[in-house]
Design a protein around this ligand. Sequence first.
Ligand code: AQP
Length: 326
Amino acid sequence: MRIFSGIQPTGRKHLGNYIGAIRQYVEGQDRGEAVYCIVDLHATCVAYEPAELPGYVLDTTAMLMAAGLDPEKCILFRQSDVREHTELCWSLCSVTPYGDLTRMHQFKDKGEGQALVRTSLFLYPVLQAADILLYDTDEVPVGDDQRQHLELARDIAERFNATYGDTLVVPRHRFPEAGGRIMDLQEPSRKMSTTAPGEEGTLLMLDEPKALEKKVKRAVTDSGSEVQRGREKPGVTNLIEILAVIRGVSPEDVESEFEGRQYGAFKGAVAEAVVDYLTPVRERYEEIRADPAGIETVLAGGAERARAIAAPTMARVRERMGIGPV
Ligand code: AQP
């Protein structure tokens, strides 16, 4: 069984990324052959700082290793080190309907208000499909926000197979049972994100304990005072889910524990749990990040192993599409 997932290079991963995706990556190492990619080419789909990008790749790699990814147990590499990703992206364009891409939420959200809407942003989901399909992936662990892109990747694989003959494995997604969409603490109607206008609602994995505590304590809570989930209580619901996931209990357990208690005591418990959860990762991160050459060695080794899987897939695709010499 092969597991694949990709993650954007930023030094600012948040609790949503950790709970929705990274936690599953770590667990995937023991369930199958796990392949994880830092998608630096995807980072160029919106305005970015070229001088900063290589460092962000190292930041993200260090973060994944600090969270528990072991290069001996998984393949960890940089997308741009394996040229087959861009080549397969182009090949998949031949079976991707233009209309499908115009319906992608992320394209609409991220393109809105940009002076330059890059063609690469439009093709983002096709490159993502290429990332996945290149590795004959069975399972893709991702957060809930990637649902639409994953459906598209499956459609693209099916369409390719129908057009050119059975070539690509059609992957299934794996969303976490709980915590697939951690919400912003200030605006709980939208997902926690690093591109939010302010940082108040985002619990960054590298935040110091004091900052984490402050953000949790200032999280918007809803009217009433009961620690109960409900459609009209999105702020409290989000905090209940965060605490439940971190403690490995059900949201009902959290509700019972805080029955009859005030928001203040509840938020104190959430803050403590978040700090205890993220502090060891931050400390390990500092150690790993202090050795950039060591991280580059991990990425180079990962790229070599990734290429060994990607090259035969791409050769198969070329042959089926009639590309190259007879
Ligand atoms: N709020 C979230 N809750 C649960 N899972 C989440 N993911 C992202 N946000 C949440 C999952 O994290 C994985 C890695 O995501 P990424 O690094 O590719 O970045 P992203 O999805 O673009 O997340 P950001 O940093 O918050 O950026 P924006 O603001 O651009 O969306 C993915 O599996 C994702 O599902």
